[in-house]
Ligand binder design. Sequence first.
Ligand SMILES: C[S@@+](CC[C@H](N)C(=O)[O-])C[C@H]1O[C@@H](n2cnc3c(N)ncnc32)[C@H](O)[C@@H]1O
Length: 367
Amino acid sequence: MIVQKTEIVKEGKTESLVFKKKVTKKGPGSKDNKPFYNPSMELSRDLSIVINQWIINNCKKHAHLLDGLGASGIRGVRLANELDGDFDVTINDWNEKAFSLIKKNLELNKLDNVIVSQKNLNVLLSENNYHYIDIDPFGSPAHFVDSAIRSVYNHGLIACSATDTAALCGIYPNVCLRRYGARTFQSSVKHEIGLRILLGFICRETAKYDKGIEPIISYSTDYYFRVYVKIRNGKSYANKSMENFSVISPKEILIFSDNDEHDMGPLWLGKLHNKKAIKEIRTLLFKKELNTKNSLWKLLSLFEEEANAPPFFYTTDDIASFLKMAPPKIEKIFEKLTNKGYKVFRTHFSSTGFKTNAPLDEIKKVF
Ligand SMILES: C[S@@+](CC[C@H](N)C(=O)[O-])C[C@H]1O[C@@H](n2cnc3c(N)ncnc32)[C@H](O)[C@@H]1O
């Protein structure tokens, strides 16, 4: 008999029983059928705490929240334990071991505001409606997006993670075309292209139901993409969203790639974040006990700055190597472009990256 070792971890103010796993640089393995727990996703779970507090504060009714792919249940158990207000949480996972671990974690935290479910997520979404739907799969969320859009209430949020970054960033272009219906290839802005392909896919899936999307927060890390998207019912919202759904020619932006002959997309060319919402969400950090509070504060400040920036970015390294010179300090580039009257924004995609409305010739001159 294989002895499965569990341990208790504490995130926020919640204790959870999880299975110990061998953790590699890319996170814990997922092939052994034990409920998955990835400690490096704590910041992502902390962010979902403050976003859900914001949802509950703005919801005029009792809010129904769903952790659709629960595994150990840690995300949903934390929502149930750490949020204030009028709400309930459903935690779902079709895996037997996950289902029993979720129940143990509810007992551990003495929670009675949770419904535990052991269904195929697509079935559950076809039967119920929610104000918040969390889809945190192994790999692509593409199989769940259609049901989530049908299930979510007007003004509700869908949160999606995607760990199939190799497909979305152009390492496997055929996989991206198959899953997301978009053409892509590797480039210096591959993470932003990948994130925008994911948003474009959600926009297209939403519009067929005469609904529109409004991204609240969208971000990329080395190992996953994560988007929080508000859904608005009505043809006018659908049409407005679809105005941001387009292909782009790599020649319209200076991207560094071996393959700049073909269009990319379709993808989302609208805003990645909602500045007003981020301001409100950020103030809620003060009221919560979170281990990643300082990092989250910095990240949310960066998203706030990036919210009104144009799509795509340059890095000082890429432009310097294009001009065959040593990269200048990024602060100098900000100062010089600002002095010339252009807008310049930091970006979460790269610490040496910047977004600007300056034309490329001006940027080259400044370098
Ligand atoms: C990456 S894990 C979720 C991690 C978790 N959200 C967390 O924060 O730790 C994905 C989970 O989805 C479950 N799953 C996969 N496909 C499913 C489906 N169609 N319906 C329900 N559960 C599913 C798996 O059993 C697995 O436990």
